[in-house]
Design a protein around this ligand. Structure first.
Ligand SMILES: Cc1ncc(COP(=O)(O)O)c(C=O)c1O
Length: 407
């Protein structure tokens, strides 16, 4: 028997981790610049998280959906410290995809509309509906469109979809939504949007874009969903990326970092959305609002707060990008360095992009774990927030050496 290879595997077997380092079975260390799948934001083996996991495993891991344990009330109180006051109704789940599904269900139940507007080149998860809305799902033979989907071009100003230059006047890339407003179309339940586009090779939308989307959603009678599975919980150097534009969403989707490496996700919304759903929304999953998830979420948030890690993500991200921009100024093979906080993209010049996979391979051999997206010609980095300057320096130097040898 073997695992069905539904995704690609590296031929490295990881056996343990501490802070930003993981070791393979031969004892070789690797700097984990991805925090696993962008999740282990406190680093690997953080003593506070390890203690919480052990204590909660001994106390009560699972209670079943009808029973709300103290740990969930504690997690709500902790979340309330970092969320806007309006977002006062929360459901805890396990994965980002599940949380996206619930957010979409909420929007449809609250508005009675069916359509979902999505930003192209995004990824919303691998469950069937989330995948059908995602870039990755568009050409999947067995996945027919599930409901009406309105696709908006990605706000990629370097390659403006409306062929204008930044600063543009009023975001012409959003013309499709304006047309719907003019037609007084009320078939859209929600606009779902990642405030920094992880899947598109880390695209940071221009200032004001999220706020504009939020206004357009309101004019359409639709809800605005901030999909912060990747960007949330400090990743961009703010607790939530929507804060940059002050565009408080009607529904917020949180995942990845909330569990610090364990599967914890959440959907937060307003009392108004809850009351608009009336009795029309049922949702019950085996691990919904588990005490274990509550304890983990509380511990992760408290640790981020106590150790000032969101601020550190902002500062370390600035430092990492400034070092990479230094490299870009010396090496023509790098065409762009971008991102926010510790969500960083390095784009290769088109002529060199076929070499990206080989560069990532060589980085792995040299002990650095990164992600390369061939279709965006971009390396993506999502390190734990505890990454140190010497670790950043070591990575930039290794990248420089590999690039000089290859290009
Ligand atoms: C932006 C975004 N949304 C949703 C998901 C799905 O989250 P999960 O893998 O926890 O289901 C991901 C996963 O990478 C993601 O990056």
């Amino acid at each position: 028997m073997r695992v069905w290879q539904t995704n690609s595997f590296e031929d490295v077997v990881l056996t343990r981790g501490s802070a930003c380092t993981v070791w393979d079975e031969r004892g070789k260390p690797y700097l984990d610049l991805l925090a696993g799948c962008w999740c282990a934001v406190l680093g690997h083996g953080h003593p506070r998280l390890v203690d919480a996991v052990q204590a909660q495993a001994a106390r009560l891991i699972h209670a079943g959906p009808p029973f709300l344990a103290d740990e969930i009330h504690c997690a709500l109180a902790q979340l309330a410290e970092i969320l806007p006051r309006e977002l006062e109704r929360v459901v805890f789940l396990n994965t980002g995809s599940e949380a996206v599904e619930l957010a979409l269900k909420m929007a449809r139940a609250a508005t009675g509309a069916n359509g979902i507007a999505v930003v192209e080149r995004s990824f919303y998860g691998d469950t069937t509906y989330a995948l059908s809305l995602s870039e990755a799902g568009r050409n999947v033979r067995w996945l027919p469109p599930l409901g009406s989907t309105i696709r908006i071009p990605a706000p990629d100003c370097r390659n403006c979809p409306a062929s204008t230059r930044w600063p543009c006047q009023g975001f012409p890339c959003l013309a499709r939504l304006r047309e719907l407003i003019e037609k007084q179309d009320h078939s859209v339940a929600a606009i779902i949007f990642e405030p920094v586009l992880a899947n598109a090779g880390i695209i940071v939308p221009p200032p004001g874009y999220s706020a504009c989307l939020r206004d357009l959603a309101a004019q359409l009678g639709a809800l605005f969903i901030a999909e912060e599975v990747t960007t949330g919980m400090g990743r961009t150097g703010r607790w939530f990326a929507f804060e940059r534009d002050g565009a408080v969403p009607d529904i917020l989707v949180i995942g990845k970092a909330l569990g610090g490496g364990l599967p914890v996700a959440a959907v937060a919304t307003t009392a108004e959305v809850e009351s608009r759903c009336g009795g029309h929304l049922e949702h019950m999953q085996s691990h919904q609002n588990d005490p274990f998830s509550g304890r983990i979420a509380t511990t992760v948030i408290a640790t981020l707060q106590d150790e000032g890690l969101v601020q550190r993500a902002a500062e370390s991200g600035d430092y990492l990008r400034s070092r990479l921009k230094g490299l870009q100024s010396r090496m023509t093979c790098i065409s762009d360095v971008r991102g926010q906080g510790l969500m960083v993209g390095i784009e290769l010049d088109r002529d060199y992009s076929p070499k990206g996979v080989e560069i990532a391979r060589r980085l792995l051999d040299a002990g650095f774990i990164v992600n390369y997206q061939p279709h965006n010609a971009a390396f993506r980095l999502f390190p734990p927030y505890v990454i140190t300057r010497p670790e950043i320096d070591a990575f930039v130097e290794a990248l420089a050496a590999i690039l000089s040898g290859l290009v």
